[in-house]
Design a protein around this ligand. Sequence first.
Ligand SMILES: [Ca+2]
Ligand SMILES: [Ca+2]
Length: 293
Amino acid sequence: MDNKRVTRRARIALALAGGTALTAVVAQIPANATAGQAAPHRAAAASAAQHASRSAGTADGTSYDDTYYKDAEGKTGQALKDALHRIISTTQTGKLTYDQVWDALKETDQDPDNSGNVILLYTGRSQSKDANGGNPDDWNREHVWAKSHGDFGTDTGPGTDIHHLRPEDVSVNSIRGNKDFDNGGTKVDEAPGNFSDDDSFEPRDAVKGDVARMILYMAVRYDGGDGFPDLEPNDNVDNGTQPHIGRLSVLKKWSEQDPPDTFEKHRNQVIFDKYQHNRNPFIDHPEWVGKIW
Ligand SMILES: [Ca+2]
Ligand SMILES: [Ca+2]
C-alpha cells in the first residue's frame, strides 16, 4: 500500500468519526447554544466517536445489528423484506426537498482526495462541486431508480431520496435516461467502462454493485404507502413507466461482483448521521439481497 492510499484511508476514517461526532453534538447542544459554547461538547463527542470507532467500527454495518437492525434478526424472504421496510421507513425522519438534494450530494459524494469536488457515478470523474447545472458537462442529479418508472416525480419522497440520487454528467445522465439495467451495448464515449443500447444501460464495474444496492433499497423502502407506488425489481428491460426496474438477475450478480467499498459505506453513514437517518440495509448486509430475492 502506497502513502497516498494510507492518507486517503486516514482521511475517510476521520470523516467517518466526524460524521458520528456531529450527530452526538447535535443531540447534546440546546438549540440556543452558540458555537463557542458548543466547543467543549464537540471535543467530548469527538473523543466518544473515536472510542466508538475503535470498539465497534462506525463504518461496519454489522455494528448496527443489535440496535438498528434488531427487528430483522433471524428473518429471511418476505418477512425480512417487511421488517427492513418498517425499519428504514420509520427511521427516515429526515426528508429532503429536491432543491436540498444539491447540497446533500456535495457532501455524500465528495471526492475523498479533493474536498472541492464530487465523484460522478458513471463517468467516475472528479468534478468541482460548483460545476453543477444544465450544461452538457455540468453535473446534475441522477435518479438511479429512474423517476419515470412509477412516475413519482421530484416531490419529497422517492424522487428526493438521496440513497439513490447521485451526481452525474448531464449528457451521460441523458444517455442513461430511464433505461433498465442490463449487460451489453456500445461504449459510452464520455463514460469509460459504461455501455448502452436501445433499452438498457450497463454501468462501469466499480459501481455495478452500488447501482444494484440502490435499486434494491428503493424496492424495500417504497411499498405503496404515503401515496407513492410500490417499487419492485423484475427481470425485464422494457418496463417503461411501470414501477419496476430490471433486470433483477443481473443486479443480483452485480451486487456480488462489486461488494460495498469505503466510499459507498461512507455515503450510507453520512445519509444516516446527517440527512435521512435511515440506512441502506444492502450496504450493511449485502448477503440480504440473496435472502430476499
Ligand atoms: Ca462499488
Ligand atoms: Ca416495494
